[in-house]
Design a protein around this ligand. Structure first.
Ligand code: ZN
Length: 499
């Protein structure tokens, strides 16, 4: 572990050669970091430099400068600083990422794993150009799908310490009509910033990507992202837009987001934007028609207000609801994508329900994360029920029942063989929808009816309060409902899990 390019013994080289190598290395590192100049330096950059006891041995300093000392950051979050540029003619995203990775685990790390999900969507579409760790070229490895990048660290990363990782990469944007890829006048950039995998039971979680469902599991981090794109596109993204300028046909946006699990953005051509403000949060609806943009913004604002009142205040400054070419919807922190056809469908309430479902994910997936691969029901069944409960609260019982029947009309014909709490990989075809969404929502509805609205939402308030910005488990959710019910609900849940 921990082997990096350039860590070769050169102590016998003549002094002049050593000096020349030092100068060259310094120049190379200077050039390497230059692309990041667009992103303002973060506060920790100026933290007192100094080397820890594990500082690189002098012999290794020949081919690269001594790495910055890992600063123990008390309860610090990893920080992703990215400079992205979209070439919409060539359909290429150029990415530069500087990641200050903080070891928030209780044990030392010797490697860091990053997920390169675009390669799972379209083979080899993401190409790595430069990869360094602590300023040294990294002798990284990729798995067969090139989705999991393993970076050896030059030395042990103790709990609380941080390591600087730098990547430059390009992504050839495939036409997918999905959360990542180009569609009709829209380009979606879901999962286009490589983010750290989770470390569990002494190993990195090397989860397979899944098109069906959301195979994402991550920790919250801080992001500062600069995105340059042709000015004739409308840009929506996670976080707050801090700066925006247009020069020579290119609009550059600087966005910042704190305590989020991921960062996504998207570009819409010939789109309409509608804005609302609710509880000081700006809600943007972006869609192909003005009517759809208004519906997106209004439903988004109403859903944020509803869940803010019922669960806890939405903690971010902005929420974007955009249409896309995929089916259903897709949640990212502060940005959700909703099937464009739903906005113009006869069932207008259905579009509002999808928006509310994705808004509910801001709490369940966002504020409280969960293992979407092994326990997809935890956030998904809940979000599905909450989307409907939003409809009930805003449009009444009749609309709620009509929409429920419409959404789950084929459920009686479905023969269920899988447990509700089965992992994502065990679902084939429509199983996932019927089991996790339909039966999952049904289970939550029965729970709501049994406990009453007040206790049901009290459980969710406690669950969010206790696991805010962390990853929780299904057992934590059950414990929260047990507490609100005043009795152990484990057996009740177990009975519902069985087919
Ligand atoms: Zn969902």
């Amino acid at each position: 572990m921990g082997t990096l390019h350039g860590r070769k013994k050169r102590r016998f080289l003549p002094f002049l050669l050593v000096l020349a190598a030092l100068l060259l290395a310094a120049a190379a590192v200077f050039l390497l970091w230059r692309p990041l100049k667009g992103a303002p330096p973060a506060a920790e950059e100026s933290a007192t430099p100094g080397l820890t006891a594990e500082a690189t041995p002098a012999e290794n300093a020949v081919s690269a400068p001594a790495p910055e000392a890992a600063q123990p950051l008390q309860a610090g979050l990893s920080r992703y600083e990215a400079v992205l540029k979209v070439d919409a003619d060539q359909m290429i995203l150029y990415g530069n990422l500087r990641l200050t990775y903080v070891n928030r685990y209780a044990q030392s790390l010797f490697t860091v794993m990053l997920n390169l999900f675009p390669n799972a969507v379209s083979k080899d579409c993401l190409t790595l150009q430069t990869v360094t760790v602590e300023g040294l070229d990294a002798e990284y490895t990729l798995d067969e799908s090139k989705t999991h990048l393993t970076l050896p660290l030059p030395r042990e990363l103790r709990p609380g310490e941080s390591a600087k990782i730098y990547l430059s990469y390009l992504i050839r944007i495939p036409k997918t009509n999905e959360r990542f890829g180009a569609g009709e006048n829209r380009i979606m950039f879901g999962n286009c910033i490589p983010i750290a995998a989770e470390f569990e039971n002494g190993a990195w979680r090397e989860d397979a990507y899944s098109d069906a469902g959301d195979s994402f599991y991550s920790s919250v981090a801080d992001y500062r992202v600069s995105i340059a794109a042709p000015k004739d596109y409308t840009l929506s993204c996670t976080g707050a837009v801090e700066e925006q300028r247009t020069e020579k046909g290119v609009t550059t946006v600087l966005a910042a987001a704190r305590e989020v699990r991921d960062f996504a953005f998207c570009l819409h051509k010939n789109a309409y934007t509608a804005l609302r403000t609710v509880n000081g949060v700006e809600v943007a609806g972006v869609a192909r028609t003005q009517k759809a943009a208004e519906l997106a913004a209004q439903s988004g604002a109403d859903a944020l207000a509803f869940f803010s009142e019922k669960i806890c205040e939405y903690p971010y400054p902005r929420f974007c609801v955009v249409d896309f070419d995929g089916s259903g919807g897709m949640e990212y922190p502060g940005l959700v994508m909703v099937d464009a056809t739903q906005f113009n469908a006869r069932q207008e309430n259905y579009a509002a329900m999808i928006v509310a479902h994705e808004a509910a994910h801001q709490w369940f997936y966002g504020i409280v994360g969960s293992d979407q691969l092994n326990e997809p029901w935890v956030d998904e069944s809940l979000a599905q029920f909450l989307g409907f409960d939003f409809i009930r609260s805003t449009m009444g019982d009749e609309a709620f029942e009509a929409l429920w029947s419409y959404a789950f009309q084929k459920l009686p014909e479905y023969e269920r063989t899988l447990r509700l709490d089965a992992p994502l990989t065990s679902f084939q075809g429509s199983d996932y929808f019927y089991v996790v969404y339909a039966y999952g929502a049904q289970m939550m509805r029965e729970l709501y009816d049994a406990l009453g609205a007040e206790a049901f939402y009290a459980a969710l308030q406690n669950y969010v309060g206790e696991h805010r910005y962390q990853n929780a488990k299904g057992s934590d959710l059950i414990a929260a409902f047990s507490e609100a019910a005043g009795k152990d609900m484990a057996a009740w849940f177990e009975a519902k899990m069985e087919p």
